[in-house]
Write a protein that binds this ligand. Structure first.
Ligand SMILES: [Zn+2]
Length: 292
């Protein structure tokens, strides 16, 4: 009788240990795959849309232009996106917020962050209307603030729309871009929206750390951005340019490519490489081109 009880207890312990082992195994497995941060700089024509993913959660930095809404929707759906924890809109130009209509309509958006700058353009008015229609909370962020963009990932804001406007004397919406440093472990990536030289210099004046592993090049590689002083301070190992194939603005400009090469940065560009996917564990970084 006693022997039977011992065997029964041993059997229970074995089943329990097996169960714990399976839980650990699957937990580690999912953790290993999903604990990394992935950043997809989408090939979305002439515009910016960047999808970020970690621990099963998603965020967007900009949403591309109006005519590429279907491409954005397809990409998000293919990645299994249902909810976006955060959407950052860098500035109110159609090639950055044009996709918000489809994002608000077909996905659940928990929080939108923008620079608080308003315009009378139809694309902006629609953006405003759609957020109200879907009851999406919207927050204006300022220099020095942290956006809790994904689990363990911070977007540290370095731009201040007001300071750039006042030093420039006139309104250049590119120079109001919500810009800053995405930080995850020892990895960092500087996101600039369409910031031009004036905003780049204003950010350097804040005397905060700007050196970053990677740079999302400002204003689609225009010659008006990526000034030498900014590039020297950020010192990116690789630079990613978002530009439409054969775009009428002839972006990226050759002078920007030359500056990046001279600075020793590897260059990735969505007009030639397709979507550029960056995967990092917070230490090591792997960059994959869609078109090899
Ligand atoms: Zn743009």
């Amino acid at each position: 009788m006693r022997g039977h009880r011992v065997r029964k207890a041993a059997g229970c312990i074995f089943v329990l240990l097996l169960f714990v082992f399976i839980i650990c195994l699957t937990g580690c497995h999912f953790g290993r795959n999903d604990s990394k941060l992935s950043i997809h700089v989408l090939a979305i024509g002439q515009g910016d849309a960047i999808l970020l993913q970690r621990e099963g959660e998603f965020a967007l930095i900009d949403t591309g232009d109006i005519e590429h809404r279907a491409v954005l929707k397809q990409y998000l759906s293919d990645r299994g996106v249902h909810t976006l924890r955060a959407v950052i809109i860098t500035h109110p130009h159609a090639d950055h917020l044009g996709g918000m209509y489809i994002v608000c309509k077909d996905f659940r958006v928990q929080q939108v962050y923008d620079n608080g700058v308003t315009t009378g353009e139809n694309s902006y008015l629609e953006y405003q209307k759609e957020m109200q229609r879907h009851w999406i909370p919207r927050q204006t962020v300022h220099a020095g603030e942290d956006i809790d963009i994904l689990p363990g990932v911070i977007f540290h804001v370095l731009s201040d729309a007001k300071s750039v406007e006042s030093t420039e004397g006139k309104r250049n919406l590119n120079n109001t871009s919500l810009a800053g440093r995405l930080e995850y472990g020892r990895f960092s990536m500087f996101f600039t929206g369409d910031a031009e030289k004036e905003e780049e210099l204003a950010m350097l004046q804040r005397k905060e750390p700007v050196r970053s592993t990677l740079l999302k090049v400002g204003h689609h590689g225009s010659r008006t951005s990526t000034c030498a002083q900014f590039l020297r301070a950020v010192r990116p190992k690789a630079a990613i340019i978002s530009a439409g194939p054969g775009n009428s603005y002839h972006l990226p400009h050759e002078v920007t490519i030359h500056k990046l090469k001279k600075a020793g940065s590897r260059i990735f560009r969505t007009d030639r490489d397709g979507t550029v996917c960056i995967i990092t564990d917070g230490n090591r970084v792997n960059i994959i081109r869609e078109i090899q």
